[in-house]
Design a protein around this ligand. Sequence first.
Ligand code: HEM
Length: 400
Amino acid sequence: MDAAVLKAPAGMAVSALDPYDLNNILTPYPLQEALRGLGEIAWLERYGTCMVARYKAVGAVLENPTRFISSGGVGLSDIRKPDSWRPKGPIAEVDPPEHDKVRQAMNRIVAPGIIKGWEAAFRQVAQTLCDTLGPQADGVAALAEPFVLTAFTSALGVELHRENLIIAGNHSFNAAGPRNALFEESLKKSETISDWFAHNQTREAMRPGGFGAAVFAAEAAGDLPPGSAGPMLRTLIRGGMDTTISAIGTMLRLLAQAPQWWQAARADRTLLGPIFDEALRLESPVQSIYRTTAQPVEFAGFTIPEGVKIQVMLGAANRDPAAWEEASEFRPGRPGRAHLGFGAGPHFCLGRNIARLEVKCLFDVLLDRFARIELAGAPRYRPLNVLRTLDTLPLLLARG
Ligand code: HEM
């Protein structure tokens, strides 16, 4: 970043708070509250970026893709600069109007009618998995991870290689932050799988009938820009699984801690949607994304120069007490605003209906088979720069 843009705009609150401090990553709530308390927008001096953490301000940034662009990168690094450590994403890091065509092509590939066709297969994966569960199991290692990795790779049509997929996903969410110890550690691991990962972004690696093959077909038909299908596979492999694993882990944790909701959902499966949304609000898998000012921008009474990165704190905005009463409580179906766990504006999550279907299929089977779930030990979160996801979730599962 140019030295010229590394200082706070005149009058803006300057903070030494560090969203990438390990304690803040593992227990983000005090940080989220402090960030919201800084005002509509503030300057994080450690990284030389602006930051928005209030619900209204986050919405205002995401809904203005002309002033706050994604093509500077949705991570901390400015991907337009030669020293960037991240390659450009073919959809998330493309701005309108160029983004519109890419998005339309991808919307057709994961249209609701197509996704619906995966339901029986997802349900089968859930049933097979639940058959193997004993009375005690880890909600991440024995449920969320194997379910999502199996269901999603079969729909996409790529190889299911559990360890490699987790390495790829974890590194992606570390690379969106600074080059800290978490980044360096996951970079080393990701280098060991680079050949495997590169192969899974080729047309030859796609199984017929999977939506990965449809991405390559769309490129061949001219619906996607030349050379974008491989990078699109990279995006789908890295962004489509860990996020859903995170959401399922959180749902299991919340339901184990609030058994009345498990009982309620057993009796009424329409509650699964509101429970999922409440989990995404409370423990947003993607804690933050970035935008960059396209030109000098007036925002909340400040003039932000061109080329400034803005950290958009989805996790903090989703617990904003100005948007929800008792915002830190688990209250599925609570009235009020839509959460921002899937983002907002033109980059609103492409795969949200896939994630919803996965959740519905897995929890339908779990609720059928288990009368109760309880925590069998303390849940532990995994240290990753921008993804909030459980590492372990010891559960007791009572059949009935
Ligand atoms: C619970 C699960 C998920 C969560 C919480 C989540 C979250 C998000 C968020 C916050 C964004 C906005 C990024 C931005 O504005 O810069 C996004 C975009 C995106 N998501 Fe998801 N996601 C989930 C599941 C999936 C799945 C299953 C897929 C697989 C297709 C997927 C693919 C994408 C893509 C391709 C984009 C970029 C869309 C665009 O730029 O137009 N996501 N997601």
